[in-house]
Ligand binder design. Structure first.
Ligand SMILES: [Zn+2]
Length: 387
C-alpha cells in the first residue's frame, strides 16, 4: 500500500487540526472521552427512565437492585461492562436486569461519539449541546413508550436549557450573533409549541373519537377488566391512554348489579387514575360496580395521537434547533409514525399502534434533521421558492 506523504488533510481538515483539538488536546482523545461520557450518561439515563415518571429522586438513593434493594457498589456499576460481567443479573439475588439498561448505555455512547465526529471539528460547543439534547430524547422516548407521558422536567427543562445553550453557542441556531440566536430560539419555542398545539386541536376535532355502532339488541358489557363489544373484548388499558380519555354512550337502558336506568348518558373516565362511572346525574366508583350492561346504538371511544406533553416537547426542540427543525420534525414524525403503524399492522400487532406515544417519532424526526434533514429542507425550499 502506498501512502502519499504530501497528503495534508484528513476528513477535510488540515492534519495539524487533528493533533490540536479543543484546548490543545488531540481531537480523537476528545472522541474517546465523548464515547465514555456517553456510556456514563446512558447509565444515568437508565435511572432517569426508571425513576422520573414515578416521581422519585434521580440522585438519591444510589443505584440499587429493584428486587432485593442491594446497593450496587461502584465497581459493579460500570456501564456495559458490569451488565455483561454479571450476565444481566443482580450480583446479590440474581434477578434479571433488563437488557434495556445495556441498550441505553451502548446507544448513548455511540450517539455521543457520532455527534462529536460530525459536529466536533467545526463547533465543539454545538456537539456538546446536541449531545445534551439527544440525552433528553433518549429519556423522553423510553418514558413515553412505557408511561405515555413526557415529564415536564424534560420538556419544560429542555426549553430553558435549549434557550441558554442557544445564547452560549449561536452555532446551534446556525447564526453568528447572540441577539440573532435569542430570536431564533424564541421563535423555535413559539412555532414548535404552536404547530403541535394546532394539530392537537384539529386532530381532536377530526379524529379525537372513534364511534362504534352497536346493535341495541346486543348490549355492551362493562366488567372489571374491560368492555365486551359484539366484535370482541377490549381491555381498559387499551381504551384509556391518557388522563382525559373517556368512553361515552347515550344509553337506552343501563343495568347495574342492583339498579336500572333508562335513556341516560353514560360516561366512564379516569379521575386521578381511578375509573369513575357517571350515569345520568349520578357518579359511582367503577370498582364498586363490577358489572354493567348498556343498551345503545353507538359507543364513543377515545382516540388520541398526541398529547399536551408533545406540545412542550416540540417547543423544547425549537428552543435548541430553531423553528425550521420543528416544522420538519412535525411532518417527518407523521411519516415515520405511519410507516411504523403499517408495519405493526402487517405483522399482526395493530393493537399496539394506539399504545405508542407520539414523542419517540418526534425525537427520531428531530435527529434526522440534525444529521442531514436540514440540507434536504434547504434544497426543497430553494427549489420551490425558485431563484
Ligand atoms: Zn437483587
Amino acid at each position: 500500500m502506498v501512502t502519499t506523504l504530501t497528503e495534508t488533510t484528513y476528513l477535510g481538515m488540515p492534519l495539524e487540526f487533528w493533533f490540536t483539538g479543543p484546548l490543545g488536546i488531540p481531537f480523537h482523545i476528545w472522541s474517546f472521552t465523548m464515547a465514555v461520557t456517553g456510556l456514563i450518561v446512558g447509565s444515568f439515563l437508565n435511572v432517569v427512565i426508571h425513576r422520573m415518571p414515578l416521581g422519585m429522586s434521580v440522585v438519591t438513593p444510589g443505584s440499587h437492585c429493584p428486587k432485593c434493594e442491594y446497593k450496587i457498589p461502584l465497581r459493579l456499576n460500570l456501564p456495559i461492562i458490569s451488565w455483561l460481567w454479571l450476565r444481566g443479573k443482580c450480583a446479590n439475588c440474581s434477578v434479571s436486569i433488563s437488557p434495556r439498561y445495556l441498550a441505553v448505555e451502548a446507544f448513548t455512547g455511540a450517539l455521543f461519539l457520532l455527534t462529536w465526529l460530525k459536529f466536533g471539528p467545526t463547533s465543539p460547543g454545538m456537539a456538546w449541546a446536541l449531545c445534551l439534547l439527544f440525552a433528553g430524547f433518549i429519556a423522553a422516548t423510553f418514558i413515553d413508550v412505557e408511561h405515555l407521558i413526557i415529564p415536564d422536567e424534560i420538556t419544560l427543562g429542555g426549553i430553558v436549557v435549549g434557550f441558554l445553550l442557544s445564547v452560549a453557542v449561536p452555532d446551534l441556531q446556525g447564526v453568528a450573533s447572540i441577539p440573532e440566536s435569542i430570536k431564533a430560539s424564541g421563535l423555535g419555542v413559539a412555532v414548535g409549541g404552536g404547530v403541535v398545539y394546532a394539530v392537537l386541536r384539529l386532530g381532536k376535532l377530526l379524529f379525537g373519537r372513534e364511534r362504534v355502532p352497536v346493535s341495541p339488541e346486543t348490549p355492551v358489557i362493562f366488567h372489571e377488566a374491560g368492555l365486551v363489544l359484539p366484535t370482541g373484548e377490549i381491555p381498559y388499558e387499551e381504551v384509556f391512554y391518557r388522563e382525559s380519555d373517556a368512553v361515552t354512550a347515550k344509553a337506552r337502558r343501563v343495568e347495574l348489579f342492583d339498579r336500572c336506568f333508562s335513556n341516560v348518558p353514560v360516561r366512564l373516565e379516569l379521575m386521578r387514575k381511578v375509573p369513575v362511572l357517571r350515569i345520568g346525574e349520578e357518579t359511582f366508583e367503577a370498582a364498586d360496580q363490577p358489572w354493567m350492561s348498556v343498551e345503545t346504538e353507538e359507543l364513543v371511544l377515545p382516540r388520541e395521537a398526541m398529547g399536551f406533553g408533545d406540545v412542550k416537547f416540540m417547543a423544547a426542540i425549537g428552543a435548541f434547533l430553531g423553528w425550521q427543525a420543528t416544522v420538519f420534525s412535525l411532518f417527518a414524525s407523521a411519516v415515520i409514525g405511519s410507516v411504523v403503524a403499517i408495519a405493526l399492522i402487517a405483522i399482526g400487532r395493530q393493537k399496539w399502534t394506539g399504545r405508542l406515544g407520539y414523542g419517540p417519532y418526534i425525537a427520531v424526526a428531530a435527529m434526522i434533521w440534525v444529521f442531514g434533514g436540514h440540507h434536504f429542507m434547504d434544497q426543497w425550499l430553494s427549489g420551490s421558492v425558485g431563484n
